[in-house]
Design a binder for this molecule. Structure first.
Ligand SMILES: NC(=O)C[C@H](N)C(=O)O
Length: 323
């Protein structure tokens, strides 16, 4: 008999409408499991916290990584499921995928409709996630998001719809498999870069901000980020990763002063490619910006934070295996 541990962290899957009218995460993992019938799998549960994922800080993400790692280290555990809000599931899933190198499946799931809705998608997603975590098929795939019957590789997957029951989309690709009636099918096996060490307490205080590029943007917000303590800034550039002259000048000065600047794009799909001069990506890279290529915007922020949290200066060679 397989053993799966379900770790509860909150999100819509755990939320019910409060007296104030807003949906609030309040149901624990054991509660979510009532009525989720899964044959021939032993299920254990534990709660880490109960929060909407829009409230999570780096500390929460680190604690999830630690809890998953603890459970995976137990010989009798075959897989782990993390129930999580969808708002920032892409970030937690990506972080877990970066630090989890073993064969046992790690599965994130949640819901788009609250637990007190008659047609909540939570119970089905949770049942599917447990089936994937227990399956031999998913072994070796690393961390996956399981939602609405599909398996997604976190490396390129983002929330792309606010309310749809299928909120996730993978840029330049689709789901890597399906789960239906307890049967997991994997059609694409993800390429897994070398696992990075688990984040320690230094990650909690490692500030990396995202600064967007738009017509006429100056460097005021980028400067403010550094003044607030940012060790790194990800630029959400336009198009293939371009910016204004004011941002270009700031990138040069920031890089010279030891701030890590990462070049990403505000566009939902497609890689960052240095093509343009005159403030474009070619100039930004020459000024010291690190290239994150196909790493999505908020994934890039987390990867840079994880690398910076080791205390080392982040070089392009350190980023390359992950982009
Ligand atoms: N569907 C969800 O879970 C969204 C919720 N706001 C959260 O991320 O916690």
């Amino acid at each position: 008999m397989k053993t799966v541990v379900v770790i509860g962290t909150g999100g819509t899957i755990a939320s019910t409408r409060s007296e104030d009218g807003g949906a609030v995460a309040m149901r624990g993992a054991a509660d979510l499991l009532t009525g989720v019938a899964v044959d021939e799998i032993e299920i254990r549960s534990r709660d880490l916290f109960n929060l909407g994922s829009f409230l999570l800080r780096h500390e929460h993400l680190r604690r999830i990584c630690e809890a998953v790692s603890d459970e995976l280290a137990r010989e009798e555990v075959d897989g782990v499921v993390v129930t999580h809000g969808t708002d920032t599931m892409e970030e937690t899933a990506y972080l877990l995928s970066l630090v989890h190198g073993g064969d046992k499946p790690v599965v994130l799931t949640g819901a788009q409709r609250t637990a007190d809705e008659p047609d909540s998608d939570g119970p089905r997603n949770l049942r599917d996630a447990i089936a994937v975590a227990a399956s031999d098929t998913a072994r070796g795939c690393g961390t996956v998001i399981v939602f609405a019957g599909a398996l997604y590789d976190p490396a390129r997957t983002r929330k792309h719809h606010t309310i749809a029951a299928e909120p996730f989309r993978t840029s330049d690709g689709g789901p890597i498999g399906t789960v239906r009636d307890g049967v997991t099918t994997v059609t694409v096996r993800p390429v897994r870069p070398p696992a990075l060490p688990l984040p320690d307490a230094r990650f909690d205080a490692t500030r990396v901000d995202v600064v967007a590029v738009y017509p006429g943007v100056d460097a005021a917000l980028a400067e403010a980020a550094v003044a607030a303590g940012a060790k790194g800034v990800i630029l959400a550039g336009t198009g293939t990763g371009n910016a204004t002259h004011a941002i270009l000048d700031w990138v040069r000065a920031a890089s010279d002063s030891g701030v890590a600047v990462g070049l990403s794009t505000r566009v939902a799909a497609g890689p960052v490619v240095p093509i343009y001069g005159n403030g474009g990506g070619v100039d930004l890279v020459a000024a010291g910006a690190l290239q994150f290529a196909s790493v999505p915007l908020f994934h890039a922020r987390l990867l840079l934070a994880l690398l910076l949290a080791t205390g080392e200066d982040v070089t392009q060679e350190m980023v390359d295996p992950y982009r």
